[in-house]
Design a protein around this ligand. Sequence first.
Ligand code: ADE
Length: 225
Amino acid sequence: MRIDILTVLPELFEGPFNHSILKRAQEKKKVEIHIHNIRDYSTHRQKSVDDYQYGGGAGMVMTIQPIADCIDSLKAERTYDEIIYLTPDGELFEQQTANQLSLQQNIMMLCGHYKGVDQRIRDLYITKEISIGSYVLSGGELGAAILTDAIVRLIPGVIGDETSALTDSFQDNLLAPPVYTRPQNYKGHEVPEILLSGDDKKIENWRMDEAIARTKSRRPDIIRD
Ligand code: ADE
């Protein structure tokens, strides 16, 4: 898979992809992540990327030219399965969307700033608009990092234990059950005895019951009938 991220703040991506699972996924050639500075494409003499809104109002709007030129140059090289715009008015990002996106070959993500991008960029180029939650961030960059993390860890071969991504919270519309490791007794707090029983069937049933109970109490909204 290849992910291209378009931003006016490329520095923000220096950290999140260079550690742990995302770092290993790139080393194993499971994913290529390319960050593009929208400002590099501006033909304006001061390399500006934003302008005042038509109709007045507070806040600047990202202009068409540098974004369109950046997207066009990438599209000339390959076909994109999705061109995603991170925006608080997009569809809420869910595990199901991460699952679908993890099956794609080429994904582009456009990070908005200020009041967002000129609507015509959205009309002409964007195939999917995604929000990572019902709150407003100062830009789409953290959203793009979150999408990238959630998607890349699902690519086959990225997580060592193949089954582990499938048992995450939200897969099967259930939260994950509690987990325990050593010591068996921590200051009088014991590991549930059933986990020490060696009875795989009973343990599996216990985990399912715990997952259902946790989901009912914490996230009843995600339970499927
Ligand atoms: N940009 C600003 N706020 C956002 C949000 N909640 N989700 C995605 N992109 C954003």
